[in-house]
Design a protein around this ligand. Structure first.
Ligand SMILES: Nc1ncnc2c1ncn2[C@@H]1O[C@H](COP(=O)(O)OP(=O)(O)OP(=O)(O)O)[C@@H](O)[C@H]1O
Ligand SMILES: O=C(O)C1=C[C@@H](O)[C@@H](O)[C@H](O)C1
Ligand SMILES: [Mg+2]
Length: 165
């Protein structure tokens, strides 16, 4: 949360001339409700079911840049599908910067408790190995402004394509 998947994903798609899919936005459009409302009404499990369906559909979109939500990696099937069908980038950002970016944002229900810093640290400890398992490459998303970061990421991806794995 707050790493910049939506922001960088959009900028990267524009730069590459590709379509952009934001999973949270797609889930909200399909449900006709916000992520927070889905969590409130269906619980996290209901949201995760919607997320897995939206991811599977998005992965069938040719040549798209997809921004997942931060918890899409929790599901082993999601991780396997992402790795098999896409180039997966893990955007790394220090938790303090994530919190700073999301300080005035009330749209992430998992950070709405009394101690968002502790909650984020707990989520990060649980998810860090999963992000690394799913990712083909890591990218520092805490240093550059969005457009410069998208340019640097596009260069990393082009390099990767030029060098066979
Ligand atoms: N490189 C950046 N520099 C400065 N601010 C940024 C950068 N990337 C994102 N932000 C800001 O941080 C906030 C969170 O970014 P964003 O919504 O893209 O994160 P996210 O990874 O998509 O989060 P989530 O997992 O909740 O979907 C936004 O206000 C965005 O403008
Ligand atoms: O990190 C998470 O688990 C989440 C991140 C957001 O993008 C949303 O998908 C939702 O708030 C859950
Ligand atoms: Mg997002």
């Amino acid at each position: 949360m707050g790493a910049g998947k939506t922001t960088l994903g959009q900028a990267l798609a524009a730069r590459l001339g590709r379509s952009f899919v934001d999973l949270d936005a797609r889930i909200e459009a399909e449900a006709g409700q916000t992520v927070a409302a889905i969590f409130a009404q269906e619980g996290e499990a209901g949201f995760r079911r919607r997320e897995a369906q939206a991811l599977a559909a998005a992965l069938e979109t040719a040549e798209a840049v997809i921004a997942t939500g931060g918890g899409a990696v929790l599901d082993a099937g999601n991780r396997a599908a992402m790795r098999a069908k896409a180039t997966v980038v893990y955007l790394t950002v220090a938790p303090a910067l994530q919190l700073e970016r999301l300080r005035d944002d009330r749209s992430r229900p998992l950070l709405e408790g009394a101690d968002p810093a502790a909650r984020l640290a707990q989520l990060q400890a649980q998810r860090e190995p999963l992000y690394r398992e799913a990712a083909h490459l890591l990218f520092d998303a805490g240093t550059l402004a969005p457009d410069a970061a998208a340019a640097a990421l596009a260069a990393r991806l082009a390099e990767r394509e030029a060098v066979p794995a």
